[in-house]
Design a protein around this ligand. Sequence first.
Ligand code: HEM
Length: 186
Amino acid sequence: MPVIVVSLVVLLLAAAGAFAIALGNSGPDPAKWLLHQTGFYALCFLVATLGVSPVARAVRKPLLVLWRRPLGLAGFFVASAHVVVYATVYQGLLFAAIMEDIAKRPYILVGLLAWLMLIPLAATSTRNARRRMGIAWARLHRTVYVIVPIAVVHQGMAQKADIGQTLLFLAITGCFLIERIVRAHR
Ligand code: HEM
């Protein structure tokens, strides 16, 4: 059920994006709009992933953890779409241009770090990998508590206009991290 619902949400977002671009509702620069939309929704999915366990514990509904994997994978796929838009539409797949841009705008390196760190998590998201890796799987997947803050920093550095959105992402992520730290020290 969570897999179906999350997949439908991702498909709906993709369809809404395609319609907005086709109907000319994506502002004067559709590529920039697409980069913003994919970045925003990727971060929403990732922050939601971080929140699944604390919310499941708070409302005493352990089965809610079944939402964690689909939400995390959705975050990874939408972040990958964000990277694809950046690398193709913005940089024409030119490695030198990407390197030059990274030197000029360090927040791109920060985003890249978050995305690269997500790859091993997505690659080991199957039940089989979890069973095979045992404790190493849990350790690896705990890096999500580092990845999401890095992604929030990237958003904050990239987004100059709306500090409110950054503060909201920071506040929500901060609450989930504090819950995790408090629980670890109990
Ligand atoms: C987990 C990975 C990532 C997440 C969650 C993410 C999320 C975001 C968010 C939320 C924004 C701000 C959008 C807005 O202004 O509303 C953004 C901007 C941006 N991101 Fe990422 N990002 C990630 C990785 C990357 C990577 C790997 C690259 C490039 C290689 C990248 C390139 C950019 C660029 C160029 C912008 C600025 C757009 C502009 O205002 O010109 N991002 N990202």
